[in-house]
Design a binder for this molecule. Structure first.
Ligand code: SIN
Length: 541
């Protein structure tokens, strides 16, 4: 079956939905979710959206904080573009009806939260459920828009490319092969513009704050068809994921530290007191300090203590965290919260220009899947939802301007998706699911917060074996949605390991025992990987 549209958007988080709403003014949009449309990383985001809206704040301050956090690798042009657009993005979300928390009963005055690495209070939020509020509002607006068609339980498998033409010989993206998960059928979605907004790859790691769907699908699809990738060694570990045997991926927002929460060890000593910014130091510093503390004491977690604040303030400011912990037997108004670092955000990704365009014509990448150059070696807290909004806006403008000049995608001569046979995976598939578990374990142990050349080599060797098992399986058996994710996870892990092995220094989120110092002479640059033999051939023109 073939579905034709103007814009194909893969992913229904903040980036995909914002793009869809803007692109729908100039054409038909099909938007794909591999699960339910709200099942995204955006929906879990607690903290908020950084934007310069305080009386004591300036664009220059936010630019400086972002550059400081990026440790020499953030690109000034994109940092300025994103930061400058912040207040407009918030205004647009207000107009769409996102219920941000306000102050002094004034609808026009957002309450400003504080997070690590920010020199001013500038986090616009909806209590501790900012992502959920944004997801719900954008999702509702998109669902009522006649030009936008939702396809839930539709999992993109690979992109479809066509040959370039006389004016531009580069291949161009014309669609995607998609698995209709409920009917196990293959569909081709053909479009003039394709947008990858698939989020990150947190599920590469054993412990993560991400939802199950964060399996690096867009990253893997883009890489396979020849999109350049950058800076994938910079995986951000959030310092404070709840430590609990039943609930593995619940975040305790950095905003808790912004409101006075302090990290303590199991003897009640303040962990961050040796750092000038204390508990609000940048995430790379806080996560590494916690990790070192746990290794030294042998403890399985540390604690985040907010019990000194008034209980009614805590319940009002952090209702989700309070209620979730309470249900698990932890009253955060009375007891410190057990926390550990966990994989949270992929700072690198598919390389894009300032409008979100990749090196493949008509193919854009926005949100966490992309590397714009904003985050550098360490993302500043709450800059990611902002980046997603700004890049969706820029990509929508850029692609809308070009739309009328783009030829309709070919719908004949399509080479079918031959990477695997879709169907019911046989019992042997259990072994491949175990591969996923294995990848997540060795990525955590060898490619986590503390790396070394030797650890990276061990991870690389183990991954090679797992990858060949996955390839064999795809050749010999029918595959399903889960196995498609395992293949993508393996591709994402491979790119993270290779990028980490190339950076022979320590900087930001990449810390290597083999190269413990920062080396500006040789490494004040992005790590770029190029796939010289993409495994998807363009279809005939
Ligand atoms: C948080 O609430 O701590 C997460 C915010 C972010 O990752 O930017």
């Amino acid at each position: 079956m073939i579905v034709k549209t103007d814009y194909l958007v893969i992913g229904t988080g903040i980036a995909g939905l914002s793009f869809a709403l803007k692109a729908a003014k100039t054409g038909e949009v099909a938007i794909l979710a591999k699960h339910e449309a709200y099942d995204t990383n955006t929906n879990l985001a607690q903290g908020g959206i950084a934007a310069v809206m305080g009386d004591d704040d300036l664009v220059e301050y936010h630019v400086k904080d972002t550059l400081d956090s990026g440790q020499g690798l953030s690109h000034l042009d994109i940092v300025k573009a994103v930061v400058e657009a912040g207040p407009t993005m918030i205004e647009q979300l207000n107009d769409l009806g996102v219920p941000f928390t306000t102050r002094n009963g004034r609808e026009d005055l957002p309450e400003l939260g504080q997070e690590g690495g920010h020199s001013r209070r500038r986090i616009i939020h909806a209590k501790d459920m900012t992502g959920q509020a944004v997801q719900k509002t954008l999702g509702e607006r998109a669902k009522e828009n006649q030009a936008i068609s939702f396809f839930e339980y539709h999992q993109a498998l690979d992109l479809i490319l066509a040959e370039g033409d006389l004016t531009d010989s580069r291949p161009r993206a014309v669609g995607a092969w998609v698995l209709d998960v409920k009917s196990s059928t293959l569909k081709a979605f053909m479009a003039k513009t394709i947008v990858l907004a698939t989020g990150g790859s947190g599920k590469v790691y054993l412990y993560t704050t991400n939802p199950d769907g964060a399996t690096g699908d867009g990253l893997a699809m883009g890489w396979r068809c020849g999109v350049k990738v950058a800076n994938l060694e910079f995986v951000q570990f959030h310092p404070t994921c709840l430590y609990h045997p039943q609930v593995k991926n619940f975040l305790i927002s950095e905003a808790v530290r912004g409101e006075g929460g302090r990290l303590i060890d199991n003897e009640g000593r303040f962990i961050m007191s040796g750092h000038p910014q204390g508990d609000l130091a940048c995430r790379d510093v806080v996560a590494l300090t916690i990790d070192a503390n746990m290794k030294k004491s042998g403890a399985e977690h540390v604690y985040l203590d907010i019990t000194h604040r008034d209980p009614s303030f805590i319940k009002d400011r952090f209702p989700k965290i309070y209620q979730t912990c309470f249900r698990l037997g932890i009253d955060i108004t009375k007891t410190p919260i057990p926390v550990v670092p966990a994989a949270h955000y992929q700072c690198g990704g598919l390389m894009v220009d300032i409008n979100g365009q990749t090196n493949i014509n008509n193919l854009y990448a926005i949100g966490e899947v992309a590397c714009t150059g904003l985050h550098g070696a360490n993302r500043l807290a709450s800059n990611s939802l902002l980046e997603a909004l700004v890049m969706a806006d820029r990509a929508a403008k850029d692609s809308s301007d070009k739309l009328s000049a783009i030829a309709s995608p070919p719908i004949t001569n399509l080479e079918p998706w031959t990477i695997g046979r879709l169907g019911t995976a046989p019992a042997e598939a259990v072994l491949i699911s175990q591969s996923w578990d294995e990848i997540r374990r060795f990525m955590w142990n060898y490619v986590g917060l503390v790396r070394s050349d030797q650890r990276l080599m061990m991870a690389f060797k183990r991954l090679e074996l797992v990858k060949s098992e996955i390839d064999d399986f795809f050749r010999n058996f029918e595959v399903d949605a889960d196995l498609v994710e395992v293949r993508n996870i393996a591709a994402a892990a491979d790119l993270i390991i290779c990028s980490a092995a190339l950076r022979k220094e320590s900087r930001g989120l990449h810390y290597s025992l083999s190269w413990p110092n920062r080396d500006d002479l040789n490494f004040a640059r992005d790590t770029i990987l190029i796939n010289h033999s993409p495994d998807i051939r363009p279809t005939p023109h």
